[in-house]
Design a protein around this ligand. Structure first.
Ligand code: FES
Ligand code: FES
Length: 351
């Protein structure tokens, strides 16, 4: 029988195959569900906890040689998201997927079957940085690979700050990969299913997202914490400010007052899903033209509410707009611009 040739590991610039992976809760998710944001994909043993305290020192050692690189003061990994606290600056948060089966279909399609590897995948689904380690990765080898990625490239642009930080996390993980003996001694207890957890599929902005969540998770927390859709804001978390307004089956709802599980089977639209083909929704454009915001915190909720207010036929006069938008509070007091924007968008929708 002819030998089956394994593909070479995917190279920088290559589009990634649409493999299906298990997320932190064991739910299978296609890689394409993460399109639109960069993510880190690790082919790693699953008894490895990337947020161990000594990881910080290794990370900072990895990036020490990089001019201008920020040191990291905290790494948190929770439910498939990695959050970095960067000294004196903005931290970053990104999806972190792992595949611990060295012989999985995904490992074969990435060309890394039987090996430890890390891939930083950009928002368009192409490899931006990768490292495929030998059985026991060598720190110098990994560090050199990271620094080389900062050099001007023959293929594709250099790493963005976010991609660099993600690559450095991956490099530090690979560098700190324990030997099999050390792993056996240090293995955490096996993960058990939390009571009350359930699988739900949420259709958000036209895409299905399969999640395993606590049954008490609000739609707002599912959008922000599980899907990374931070446009929907958390103000009061008690249904009093309207900052979290989204559309569910065309109706405006306060996402903080709705359980995510209740929204399964419905069409959910958030502020990220309002623009079409790169063009702002007329209400978004009207808010910009009419200074319908100041700090902007309430604005996504105001816009989602305004779109529904017009569609409901409740924007016939300024008094009516004020009444039907009264669930959306603006601490900056930008109400005058908000009313003008809604009037303008309403007039545009009827001409
Ligand atoms: S955050 Fe939902 S109404 Fe305030
Ligand atoms: S623009 Fe600041 S809260 Fe409304």
């Amino acid at each position: 029988m002819p030998a089956v040739l394994e593909p070479d590991p995917l190279t920088v610039g290559a589009p990634v195959p649409d493999v299906v992976l298990a997320d932190a809760d064991g739910v299978e998710v296609p890689l394409r569900d993460f399109r639109g944001q960069p993510l880190l994909l690790l082919f790693f043993p699953d008894d490895w906890d990337p947020a161990r305290a000594h990881q910080l020192a290794i990370y900072n050692d990895v990036v020490r040689a990089t001019p201008g690189a920020a040191s990291v003061v905290g790494i948190t990994v929770e439910r498939g998201w990695c959050e970095l606290d960067v000294a004196g600056g903005d931290g970053i948060r990104f999806p972190l997927l792992t595949d611990s089966d060295a012989d999985s279909a995904a490992a074969h399609r990435f060309g890394v079957a039987g090996r430890h590897a890390a891939f930083v995948i950009d928002a368009q689904g192409c490899v931006r940085w990768r490292h495929v380690a030998a059985a026991q990765p060598q720190p110098d080898e990994v560090r050199a690979g990271l620094l080389a990625a900062l050099e001007p490239r023959a293929v594709g642009p250099s790493l963005t700050r976010r991609e660099f930080l993600m690559s450095a996390v991956a490099a530090s993980l690979l560098t700190a990969l324990p030997t099999p003996d050390a792993r056996a001694q240090d293995a955490p207890p096996p993960r058990t299913n939390e009571p009350g957890a359930r699988n739900v599929t949420l259709n958000v902005n036209g895409a299905d997202h399969r999640l395993r969540i606590d049954a008490r998770t609000s739609l707002l927390d599912a959008l922000r914490e599980r899907m990374g859709l931070f446009g929907t804001k958390k103000g009061c978390d008690h249904g009093q400010c309207g900052a979290c307004t989204v559309h569910v089956d065309g109706r405006r709802v306060n996402a903080c007052l709705m359980l995510a599980a209740q929204a399964a089977g419905s069409k959910i639209v958030t502020i990220e899903g309002l623009a079409r083909g790169g063009e702002l929704h007329p209400v978004q454009a009207a808010f910009i033209r009419n200074d319908g915001f100041q700090c902007g915190y309430c604005t996504p909720g105001q816009i989602m509410s305004a779109v529904a207010c017009i569609a409901e036929g409740h924007a016939g006069s300024e008094d009516e707009v004020r009444e039907w938008m009264s669930g959306n509070i603006c601490r900056c007091g930008a109400y005058r611009g908000i009313c003008k924007a809604i009037a303008e968008a309403k007039a545009g929708s009827t001409t």
